[in-house]
Design a protein around this ligand. Structure first.
Ligand code: LLP
Length: 398
């Protein structure tokens, strides 16, 4: 892949994102092996990456989608997804959004709170023709060993219905003929300890059995190796959960696992500044495109193309924005790049482009897909300068 990235960079303006179809296929095959022998409906969490051209790859392999917003829903539709196979997640869902999703023929929804369930009831009272299949998201009080900002399974987090409240919620649903199809659990993202996931899966199965429910949704959260190399033992996870998952129809919404390692964020070095502490490698990219290192202190792998010799020195890779926190690679020992060298930042396929912004007025970068045939396909053009003015009345004419 890296040789092809270098070739692409000869004709494409940096910074850009690119993705490797064969890596996506490989991760899909690992996911399918995990679910083999189970009655499973695996899904992709579009919040990780919502490019419709990438969604087409998932759809072609029979994978459904989890959407958060009408924007992601439209992107899934644009890729050709059947709304009946889409799952709607979200912490807050307004009545207007709920009506809109019902009109679109949304298949499934994960209900995040008692208040939300009451809103679904009020829609039923309004005479809305068809509600989506309702899953209740439980909050199982399980701590996940991950960055605190992406852990979701404890009572202090804003997600899901506590087990102490579940009986009341189920009684409410029964009383008003709201048919609950199943339970959902998602305790966080980038989880590498299989025992934590086992605990959450066991709990959702136990609660579903209590209420006679046959469907469960395991959420996402499977971790991938970043620079530090920690990895989820998927074979072991399958070994310990397979038997108790067997009686259920199992849904999931994996994001990072399916696309994280397939993506690269490619930047060009503009200046190498030797400061008192370390060498500062300043590139034409930044946290406006890849926020993870500055937001979560995430350490991504990286490759420097045509470095300045093979001796390693202390260096830090930065972006071009007006913040000292604009870091792409925190301090590390590596071969110093030269001015104009390319740097490919690895594991950037998930929560890379999808979290990009127009900060400092820069355009969003282009995205490219390396097809299994070996050809590059442009799957998003780089925006023009000033794209962030589009929604400002008269903005483009000022
Ligand atoms: N299902 C639900 C309900 C979720 O909230 C999420 C992720 C997923 C599935 C997919 O999780 P995954 O398989 O990708 O771990 N921006 C952060 C990650 C935030 C995850 C939010 N929810 C990051 O860059 O690490």
């Amino acid at each position: 892949m890296l040789a092809q990235v270098e070739a692409l960079a000869l004709k494409v303006t940096t910074p850009f994102y690119c993705y490797d179809e064969s890596k996506i296929d490989f991760q899909l095959s690992r996911m399918k092996a995990f679910f083999e022998g189970l009655d499973a409906f695996p899904g992709f969490a579009m919040k990780a990456n919502a490019n419709p051209h990438l969604m087409k790859l998932f759809l072609a392999q029979g994978v459904g989608m989890d959407v958060i917003s009408s924007g992601e829903f439209l992107s899934a539709r644009c890729a050709g997804a059947d709304p009946a196979n889409l799952i709607w997640n979200g912490n807050i869902k307004s009545l207007d959004e709920m009506r809109w999703m019902c009109r679109q023929g949304l298949g499934w929804v994960n209900v995040d709170s008692f208040q939300e369930l009451r809103r679904w009831k009020s829609l039923m009272d309004e005479g809305v023709e068809r509600l989506p299949g309702l899953f209740v998201r439980i909050n199982p009080e399980i701590a996940a060993d991950t960055h605190p900002s992406i852990a979701t399974g404890l009572g202090v987090h804003k997600f899901g219905i506590g087990l102490y409240e579940l009986a009341e919620v189920m009684a409410f649903a029964r009383l008003y003929d709201l048919s609950i199809k199943g339970l959902h659990v998602h305790i966080g993202s980038q989880i590498c300890d299989f025992k934590t996931l086992e605990k959450a899966y066991a709990m959702v199965c136990e609660e579903a059995t209590k209420y006679g429910l046959k469907h469960i949704n395991l959420g996402g959260g499977w971790g991938i190796p970043y620079a530090e190399g920690r990895e989820l033992d998927l074979l072991e996870l399958r070994r310990v959960v397979r038997d108790f998952l067997k009686p259920f129809t199992v849904f999931c919404e994996l994001g990072r696992f399916l696309i994280g390692e397939a993506g690269y964020y490619v930047v060009r070095v503009r200046e190498v500044r030797k400061s008192a502490g370390a060498c500062l490698v300043i590139t034409d990219g930044g946290m406006h495109h890849l926020l993870r290192p500055s937001l979560y202190q995430a350490e991504h792998g990286f490759s420097v193309f045509s470095p300045d010799g093979d001796e390693k020195s202390k260096m830090k890779v930065m972006g071009r924005l007006c913040e000292s926190g604009d870091v792409l690679i925190p301090e590390t020992m590596a071969c110093l790049p030269q001015e104009d060298s390319l740097i490919a930042i690895h594991q950037a396929g998930a929560y890379g482009f999808s979290m990009a912004s127009h900060y400092n007025g820069f355009p969003l970068p282009s995205e490219w897909l390396l097809k299994s045939s070996g050809e590059w396909q442009c799957i998003r053009e780089q925006e023009e300068a000033g794209a962030f003015l589009h929604a400002v009345p008269g903005g483009m004419e000022c």
